[in-house]
Design a protein around this ligand. Structure first.
Ligand code: PEP
Length: 248
C-alpha cells in the first residue's frame, strides 16, 4: 500500500510572516489527514515555518537545491543548509525551473543525489509541454526525463523519492489532465521505473499528479489507482482550499 502524499508548492509567494499565518491556519484543518502533508515554501520562510509546524503533522519542504556541497555559486542553497533547517522534502526539476532557470535532466539528477546524500527526500517533477502533448510526445518525454533523473541512483534510495507527473500545459492554467490521461501517463512512468529497478520498487514508488489540482477535481484524480497524491500550486496558497484537497 502506498501512502498518498499531497504537497503544496507555494512558488514565489508568501513572506515569512504570511507563511506563518498560512500554516497556522492550515494545521488544524488537516490534523486528521490520512495522507502525508507537505508544504514546500520559499527558502526565506523555512525557519519560521518550521517553528510554526511544531506539533503538527505537516512536513517542511523546499522548492530547489544546488547540487554542490558548497562553493562559489552566488545565490544558491546547498542540501546541507536545508538539512540544518530540518527540511524533509525538496522539489527538484519543477518545469518552471527547467523553463526559466536552465534546469536540465543532468542537473536534476545531480540535485537528487545531493539531496539524498544529505538525508532529504525528493519530489522530482517530470512532464511534457503543450507542444509535446499535441505532437503525441508525452510518453517519450516523461520516459526520458525519468530515466535521466534516476541515472546512477541505487535501488535502496528509491523510497526517498516521489515522482510528480506535471503536464506543463496544466500548471497554473486551470486546465487539468483528465484522470484517465493522467493515470495512463503515470502508469508509463511506473513501467519505466520497473524497467530500471524491477517490479517491487516500481509498485512501491509514489507518483503524484500536478497541474491545476484543486478542491473540485482532487477526489476524482485521487480515485485513480496509480495516482498517489498531488503537487498543488495555486490551491495551496489558501489554507481552506489546500485543506480540502488534502481531505479529498
Ligand atoms: C505546480 O506548481 O507544481 C502546480 C501544479 O501548480 P498549479 O496547481 O497552480 O497548477
Amino acid at each position: 500500500m502506498r501512502k498518498p502524499i499531497i504537497a503544496g508548492n507555494w512558488k514565489m509567494n508568501k513572506t515569512p510572516e504570511e507563511a506563518k499565518t498560512l500554516v497556522t491556519e492550515l494545521a488544524p484543518l488537516v490534523k486528521d489527514a490520512t495522507c502525508e502533508v507537505v508544504v514546500c515554501v520559499p527558502f526565506v520562510d523555512l525557519a519560521l515555518v518550521k517553528k510554526a509546524l511544531k506539533g503538527t503533522k505537516i512536513k517542511l519542504g523546499a522548492q530547489n537545491v544546488h547540487w554542490a556541497e558548497s562553493g562559489a555559486f552566488t545565490g544558491e542553497i546547498s542540501a546541507s543548509m536545508l538539512k540544518e533547517l530540518k527540511v524533509e522534502y525538496v522539489i527538484i526539476g519543477h518545469s518552471e525551473r527547467r523553463q526559466y532557470f536552465g534546469e536540465t535532466d543532468q542537473t536534476v539528477n545531480a540535485k537528487i543525489k545531493a539531496a539524498i546524500a544529505n538525508g532529504i527526500k525528493v519530489i522530482v517533477c517530470v512532464g511534457e509541454t503543450l507542444e509535446q502533448h499535441e505532437q503525441d510526445e508525452t510518453i517519450t518525454v516523461v520516459s526520458r526525463q525519468t530515466i535521466e533523473a534516476f541515472k546512477d541512483i541505487p535501488k535502496e534510495d528509491l523510497k526517498k523519492i516521489v515522482i510528480a507527473y506535471e503536464p506543463i500545459w496544466a500548471i497554473g492554467t486551470g486546465k487539468t489532465s483528465s484522470p484517465e490521461d493522467a493515470e495512463e501517463t503515470i502508469s508509463v512512468i511506473r513501467k519505466t521505473i520497473k524497467k530500471l529497478y524491477g517490479s517491487a520498487p516500481s509498485e512501491a514508488i509514489r507518483i503524484q499528479y500536478g497541474g491545476s489540482m484543486n478542491p473540485k477535481n482532487a477526489k476524482e484524480l485521487m480515485a485513480m489507482p496509480s495516482i498517489d497524491g498531488g503537487l498543488i500550486g495555486g490551491a495551496s496558497l489558501k489554507a481552506e482550499d489546500f485543506a480540502k484537497v488534502v481531505n479529498y
